[in-house]
Design a protein around this ligand. Structure first.
Ligand code: VG1
Ligand code: CO
Length: 580
């Protein structure tokens, strides 16, 4: 093939957000849009990560992925990449990409130096919905800010890109190698099974035999909802083929380009079918819901874990996994190196870390911040309130891993009890955890697609208030006299303990004397307008008070947050789009 040099001009707005560049499909389909971003990425990487290198290109299979994969293959060839690895049908979950970068060795001993992941994660897909692209590095994790900033700078000055225009499209539906001759020698496209590497990794982490026994117990019932995302491709292999779950326990497990028209976001609002099955929809009561249910997002890095008629908050989930990992999961049997959570995630993990005398870190939102800690051997288990949980087995959050972690804990707690009277349930495990460590009542209010100007004004208002804490306390007392005092108010700033880099403006915090917190952030993953996230947390140690309904317990703080921020005045919204 020949290398074509195409002249282009900078396109505005190609700044990667919390997790890559996400825009409407029609934006990505504009001439040069994808090409500019891909070339800007190649130009941001050191030459050895491109010339002669192996890169992975795949994603959650959303609409426009197949076209994008062919374009990226041709651009990779023209930029001197030696080979491109593609999951069959262009499918690889985000965690599987991370695993492939870290674990997969080609027939000739080659290893990947990075990956383009094509996903907009939990955002809907289809011709009128979102597409996305992000780059992951050699460690398997998202490009750090140093690189994403460089990519963005490059998009602002780009004049040309390179593409092998005369290369034919590669059939990515068939496993196998296609080889081309180019100006710098051979160029290969290797299509491989999307699940093999990931399944192998999971089997090296968990005790599949004990999980199999749990799933075989007639008392244990299981349900998994992939929301038509890429998780379906793995769920079948792992839960059904490897672990013996019934096929009927998988719902929406056929990956679809438009996620069946749904919103592939595993929470109580969007995972409707699962929520009904688990008996959590009060207007549709169920006779006998499964003991365990879980859902994933489009690219399968998120998870929602449910028990029978019981919701596990993601902040509790990571704390419970950390508390039980060493006994229940073989991979951690030598102990945990440390644990970490994102700033808005509740402090449930902090209490476990203290109790187990573990190193603990609080990082900004977004998985890229955990990677440095893991690479430095400082962190084993980490999580975010946004249904993200994971460990240092890869450098992304991992939805199926989290489910296997919970199944392992259930298997461990029920060892010798599988024939017994009553199983230890998800709810039992969570309540036991609260009784030991106290409970962090937690909720998140999302105001999606708010006017961007209004959102900025609201944030500016909250920052201005912070200069006068006694004034803030006066306002609060006027709203609810029994809410504790604010003792600190700031914008979260993070200094990476490994490389010393500083990330500013990572969320507005109001910290209360009793450990309660209000956090306000603007989302960095939306594709239109602004999304305001409000995180509300309250700690309760009293065992007599840990059994309340979360929304009741938090009602006074919620009222304080809404009035203090003048939410309705600024946004015109009387209620959030989603509550989790
Ligand atoms: C959101 C979540 C964040 C998560 C990110 C990517 O970001 O809050 O915790 O890491 O999505 O998740 P933001 O900036 O919109 O709040 V995924 O599964 O969409 O890659
Ligand atoms: Co995701």
């Amino acid at each position: 093939f020949k290398v074509s040099r195409v002249e282009t001009n900078p396109i505005e707005g190609q700044k990667p957000g919390t997790s890559g560049l996400r825009k409407k499909v029609k934006v990505f389909k504009q001439p040069h849009y994808l090409e500019n971003f891909v070339q800007a990425t190649f130009n941001a990487l050191s030459a050895d990560k491109v010339k002669g290198a192996t890169i992975v290109v795949s994603g959650d299979g959303r609409y426009y992925s197949k076209d994008a994969i062919q374009i990226i293959i041709k651009m990779a060839a023209a930029n001197g990449v030696r080979r491109v690895w593609v999951g069959q049908n262009g499918l690889l979950s985000t965690p599987a990409v991370s695993a492939v970068i870290r674990e997969r060795v080609g027939a000739d001993g080659s290893k990947a130096s990075g990956a383009f992941i094509l996903t907009a994660s939990h955002n809907p897909g289809g011709p009128h919905e979102d597409f996305g692209i992000k780059y992951n590095m050699e460690n398997g994790g998202p490009a750090p800010e140093g690189i994403t900033d460089k990519i963005y700078d490059n998009t602002k000055t780009i004049k040309e890109y390179f593409i092998g225009e005369d290369l034919p499209d590669v059939d990515i539906s068939i496993v196998g190698l296609t080889s081309f001759g180019g100006p710098e020698g051979h160029f290969d496209v290797d299509v491989f099974d999307a699940a093999d590497d990931y399944v192998k990794l999971m089997k090296s982490i968990f005790d599949f035999e004990s999980i199999k026994k749990l799933l075989a117990s007639p008392k244990f019932t299981f349900c998994y909802d992939a929301l038509h995302g890429v998780a379906g491709a793995y769920a079948n292999r792992i839960f059904v083929e490897e672990l013996g779950a019934q096929e009927s326990s998988l719902i929406n497990c056929t990956p679809k380009e438009d996620f069946g028209g749904g919103h592939p976001d595993p929470n109580l609002t969007y995972a409707k079918e699962l929520v009904i099955r688990m008996g959590l929809n009060k207007s549709k009561p169920q006779d006998n819901p499964p003991e365990f249910g879980a859902a994933a997002d489009g690219d399968a890095d998120r998870n929602m874990v449910l028990g029978k008629r019981f919701f596990v908050t993601p902040s509790d989930s990571v704390a419970i996994i950390a508390a039980n990992a060493v006994q229940a999961i073989p991979y951690f049997s030598d102990g945990l190196k440390g644990v970490a959570r994102s700033m808005p995630t509740s402090a449930a993990l902090d209490v476990v870390a203290k109790h187990l005398k573990l190193k603990f870190f609080e990082v900004p939102t977004g998985w890229k911040f955990f990677g440095n800690l893991m690479d430095a051997g400082m962190c084993s288990v980490c999580g975010e309130e946004s249904f993200g949980t994971g460990s240092d087995h890869i450098r992304e959050k991992d939805g199926i891993w989290a489910v296997l972690a919970w199944l392992s804990i259930l298997a461990f707690k029920n060892k010798g009890n599988l024939g017994g009277e009553k199983l230890v349930t998800v709810e039992d495990i969570v309540r036991q955890h609260w009784a030991t460590f106290g409970r962090h009542y937690y909720t998140r209010y999302d105001y999606e697609n708010v006017d961007a100007g209004a959102a900025k004004e609201l944030m500016a208002h909250l920052i201005k208030l912070q200069s006068d804490i006694s004034g803030v306390n006066k306002i609060i007392k006027g709203i609810h006299s029994d809410v504790s005092d604010v003792v600190q108010a700031d914008e979260f700033e993070y200094k990476d303990p490994v490389d010393g880099s500083i990330s500013k403006h990572q969320g507005i915090r109001y910290l209360f004397a009793d450990g309660s917190r209000l956090v306000f952030r603007l989302s960095g993953t939306g594709s239109e307008g602004a999304t305001i996230r409000l995180y509300i947390e309250q700690y309760e140690k009293e065992s007599s008070k840990i059994g309340r309904e979360s929304q009741d317990a938090l009602a006074p703080l919620v009222e304080v947050a809404l009035k203090l921020s003048k939410m309705t005045e600024f946004t015109g919204r009387s209620a959030p789009t989603v509550i989790t």
